[in-house]
Design a protein around this ligand. Structure first.
Ligand SMILES: [Zn+2]
Ligand SMILES: [Zn+2]
Ligand SMILES: [Zn+2]
Ligand SMILES: [Zn+2]
Ligand SMILES: [Zn+2]
Length: 587
């Protein structure tokens, strides 16, 4: 709704509504408005009309000026070459031309570069002859340069001399190292037997004999039996009287196999993992390295504009056109000339840019608005809507003085002036944003048709008026829904017989009833306000009330009030009319 571009083909009869056509003396040309000032005023009217409650008859054209401003755009295309060098492991990649050595490669590459450079001038001239005077055309790399294959050479890797691997310095290429645990013997002397293979016999402790104690029954002369203890010495059976036995630890071999090398006497070299050599890091194990050089081409483009006009605002807008497409977009006509020298193409485009400036009188103030280009693009509407609408806002502010929020008091004058203010689409949009912190979005949407100051001013006044109107309407009756909790008193007395469960259900039921009644009250208030402020249905009051958070505030307040009041009523009922204690009948 706010974006109303491209309506320059407005028929003349619409312009008849303008008072301006008399002063500016418009003429018609097959139904087209030819006077640029009238055309711009029509465009302004198209934009401003739906935003305000005023038709374009409230805009008066005081003066208009139409000039053609030359925007001179300079494009420079410079062809630049670069030799990209790379290197890597192994042989040449696919498609690279092989040179004998570094010197040969350098020579070939320089030859390619020189040939490419030499060809640029002619190719660029040829391109310019065909496309030079089309300002949007840009030379491509392919127009000035034919890609050439990279050249390269291959060298044997110096550190590994082409082997791709380097002898291990730790094992000196032997792949293994002497086992340190056994000093290369493969076994270690047995400590249990001191490497003799024999140990002192454990049974006779080396004594070769064993002494045994025995009891013997002897008879004396009187043939009386008695027990006699005797010691007997015998040869040790464990060592057959030698005093030594074979060492159990080494099995008599006097040495134990090395646990580290398992008897191998050597262990694999950890540094080369037993390979005897390591991969050459210089060539990644390839044994050779390649080096390449490739000529590449790029076109660097610069752009600048020059504007020939004494008007600083026009200069600032037209200088801001940062591409040839934007310059051409605003040009009525243009002419381009291109010239080439060596590797550079320069093109100068003079774009004739129509700039219409009108001084518009609206609501007693005047504003200067500029339209740029054949479509008369307006970047800033200079507060024209704000000028038209500020009187309405003044009336609303005046009316607000006789009203207040609490206790609510509003007047017909306030309702009337609020209705007038809301008849403008711009004011409605401002009202819907008034509760937001950041209003920059709405300011840019309006393209200057109202200023940031107006947005702040109108937002504040409409929000105050709307809030007072809402609460006053609520106070006129609907607020009584908050008394609903009182009905809990008789209900509570009725459901007493059903115990605590019944009483709790009654409590919740009354709370819910109060809340839904509050919701209904809100819709009634909104309906009444709609009838008062915009009986024809636009704008939607519901939407404005929602966006100003009034709905949220009422429902939150009503919800809390419903809960608190219901609980208060419930406890008061219990306090004032206590349950009678059960009568105990005595027999
Ligand atoms: Zn190497
Ligand atoms: Zn090694
Ligand atoms: Zn060992
Ligand atoms: Zn031993
Ligand atoms: Zn023994």
């Amino acid at each position: 709704m706010l974006d109303r571009e491209g309506l320059d083909a407005t028929p003349v009869r619409r312009v008849d509504a303008l008072r301006a056509d008399v002063t500016a003396g418009s003429s018609s040309d097959g139904g087209m408005i030819t006077d640029p000032g009238i055309r711009l005023l029509t465009k302004i009217g198209d934009f401003v009309e739906p935003l305000t409650r005023f038709d374009r008859g409230h805009l008066t054209l005081e003066s208009s000026q139409h000039v053609n401003v030359d925007v001179v755009a300079r494009q420079v295309f410079r062809v630049a070459f670069e030799t990209i060098r790379s290197e890597g492991n192994g042989g040449l990649p696919q498609g690279v031309m092989l040179a004998a050595d570094a010197a040969a490669m350098a020579q070939l590459s320089e030859g390619q570069l020189a040939a490419s450079r030499a060809a640029v001038s002619a190719r660029l001239s040829a391109w310019a002859a065909e496309h030079g005077e089309r300002p949007a055309a840009r030379p491509a790399v392919g127009d000035c340069f034919t890609a050439l294959p990279a050249v390269g050479h291959v060298e044997t890797c110096a550190p590994c001399q082409g082997a791709g691997k380097i002898a291990c310095a730790v094992c000196e290429a032997a792949e293994t190292l002497t086992c340190e645990a056994c000093e290369g013997r493969g076994s270690n002397p047995c400590k249990a037997c001191n490497a003799t293979g024999d140990v002192t016999c454990a049974t006779c402790k080396g004594m070769k004999t064993v002494v045994t104690h025995r009891e013997r029954k002897v008879h004396d002369e009187d043939n009386n039996a008695r027990i006699e203890h005797v010691q007997e010495t015998a040869t040790c059976g464990s060592c057959n009287g030698t005093g030594i036995t074979r060492c159990g630890k080494c099995g008599g071999r006097s040495a134990i196999i090395c646990a580290t090398c398992h008897g191998q006497k050597t262990i694999p070299c950890a540094s080369c993992k037993g390979a005897g050599s390591n991969r050459c890091e210089t060539c990644g194990g390839e044994g050779r390295r390649h080096f390449t050089a490739q000529v590449s081409c790029a076109i660097r483009e610069t752009f600048e504009t020059n504007v020939r006009t004494p008007d600083p605002e026009t200069t600032s807008v037209l200088k801001g056109l940062d591409s040839i497409d934007r310059v051409l977009g605003l040009a009525a006509t243009y002419r381009s000339a291109a010239e080439t020298s060596a590797d550079t193409l320069r093109r100068e485009t003079t774009a004739v840019t129509p700039v219409t400036t009108v001084t518009v009188v609206a609501g007693g103030s005047r504003a200067q608005v500029r339209g740029f280009g054949p479509q008369q693009d307006v970047l800033d509407y200079r507060n024209i809507a704000g000028m038209l609408l500020s009187d309405d806002l003044g009336v609303l502010e005046e009316a607000l003085l006789a009203t207040r929020l609490m206790p609510p008091r509003v007047t017909d004058a306030m309702h009337g002036s609020l209705a007038t203010v809301l008849a403008s689409e711009a004011n409605v949009a401002i009202a819907e944003n008034a509760a937001k912190k950041d209003q920059s979005g709405i300011a840019s949407r309006f393209r200057g048709v109202v200023t940031a100051d107006y947005i702040t001013w109108a937002g504040g006044a409409i929000k105050t008026a709307m809030t007072r109107a809402y609460w006053a309407m609520m106070a006129k009756g609907p607020v009584a829904v908050l008394a609903i909790p009182l009905i809990l008193m008789p209900i509570d007395l009725l459901v007493r017989g059903q115990g605590q469960g019944g009483r709790l259900m009654a409590l919740l039921g009354v709370m819910l009833m109060t809340f839904f009644a509050a919701l209904a009250a809100h819709y009634w208030v909104v309906q009444e306000l709609q009838k008062k402020l915009a009986p024809e249905g636009a704008p939607k009051i519901q939407r404005i009330v929602d966006k100003l958070n009034l709905t949220l505030h009422w429902l939150a307040a009503a919800g809390v009030a419903a809960a608190v009041l219901t609980v208060v009523v419930a406890s008061l009922t219990g306090l004032l009319l206590p349950m009678s204690p059960p009568v105990i009948e005595r027999p």
